[in-house]
Design a protein around this ligand. Sequence first.
Ligand SMILES: [Zn+2]
Length: 595
Amino acid sequence: MTDTVARITNWDDSVLEQDILESISLDVPWATIELFAALVRLSGSPEERKAVDYLIERLGSWDVPYRLHEPECFISIPLEATVRVEAPDGKRFRAKTTAMSVSTDGRELSGELVYVPPKLREDVADDWSYGLDFTGLDVAGKIVIADGMAAPGRVIDVMTAGALAGVFVNPGEAIHESICTTIWGTPDLDSKDRQPTIPVIGVNNPDGRELIDLAKQGGRVAVSTRVETSWRKIPVLVAEIPGGCVPDEFVLLHGHVDSWHVGVGDNATGDATMLELARVFSQHRDRLARSLRIAWWSGHSHGRYAGSTWYADAFGIDLARGCVAQINCDSPGCRWADTFNELTAMSETVPFAETVIRETTGITPQTERPPRAGDYSFNGIGISSFYMLSSTMSPEARAEKGYYPVGGCGANIAWHTEDDTLAIADRANLRRDMRVYAASVLRILNAPLLPFDWRRTTQEFRRTIERYQQATGDRFDFRPSRDAVDALAAALDRFYESAPAHPAPDAPDARRFNRTQRRLARLLVPVNYSRQTPFHHDPALEVPPLPDLAPALSMRHAKDGAAERGILTAHLMRGQNRLVWTLEQARELIDGASA
Ligand SMILES: [Zn+2]
């Protein structure tokens, strides 16, 4: 049984893999990085178009079929910001504003500056989702100053509290660029009202400490911003190398071409990696079973994943029918990134990803749940997904350098600043990471049976439910969820036992086995990564595991209030129904397939 699953997840074609890995060269990728290192690739800008034209020219030269889409999307470019102490000759501080915040068109707003401390919540796991603690503070009509980058969760808190504007204190010397909306991609009727309604400003740490001192003395500041937010055409470039055997099944490899400043580590190195993979896989195209789509998105930085979200919308049914996996490529090949310690992978893909990385690099990766970020615009459709950021520095290396956490560039704090230049890219690391991506893509393209272990998913569900059960104690019973997980796990054992032994990818039993896996993804990914109905996009805020059940973690705080407890219980009952019904459908699907 375990042997059967290992045979499926560890599948490789070592001869072809060797040929492909040996075809990888640094020539094209490094030339691409050098070219991109001179281009500020703001979404929809002429310099970004130069980068896209270069990719198109290269693809054309290798006869790789491609399509350039130019959807009109909602894009926001931060231009400038000012902060000064409101007093005669008041000191001015260096400042930046953020994408999707309100523009004052250069006019100053002034108000009392109020410091609001962070609220540490136990039900969120990522740094970007922590909110602010307004207990005892009235900030209406005032300007809030808070620690941390202008993350959407904190910006919402400042908006909701009725503040005039928010000033966010970055952790170091730099002011990191960011986007502060929770709206994922272009707004729709359900999400449009979440558009930020206040000016948002970032300052660096020394200036921020000075401003916080001023706030504690009841000081006043004047702030202004200029942000250009509009509907504009952005490029979405998609290459497709058709598979020879089952071309309707495809892998989506993707990353963003737009950048903050010249964005070398984030994400010229990723763009170069994908271009080299297009070259190499097209060279070996007659040996590929499934199709490979490679997409370069714009709108990632300035439209909250507008490009990938548009693609998920425009090709939603197509993706639902045929996509076997989505692989994101962001920030590979960066300086000093010698571990895979923060490798994101959905549970079913973990054994596969661990094997391929160990075999290609000799490094044992540490995998974690994909956060709600990084062009994962396909969770609502339900697609097995792995990788987002690539190799990264070890925690020890970061501590030694005094680095704080950032969201890319292999943990280099040049991320989202003017300093993300050619110095951030590293040839040896890039070569290694391109090999990782190539081997990963090949194994999914050619494995007769998709190399995923869905038993890992049920194990994850069991751990999640156990944690939520501990939080609710006897106030809510998750037994129906546990029973449904057990029944699905037993069905999965039957599924893998009945796996065809040595099929070709186009053999009817392999087609059926893989179709069942795709359908499992359409059921089990959304219930674990989305609160929305299929084809809709969750806000850009953390989605905890089995999100409908996650409010269980706050049960202990609701102990004394009947109303609060009643609301929470109703929420958990509905959430549990969704989960149990989904798991039942998954089990029936499998029993139909292995009968
Ligand atoms: Zn990035």
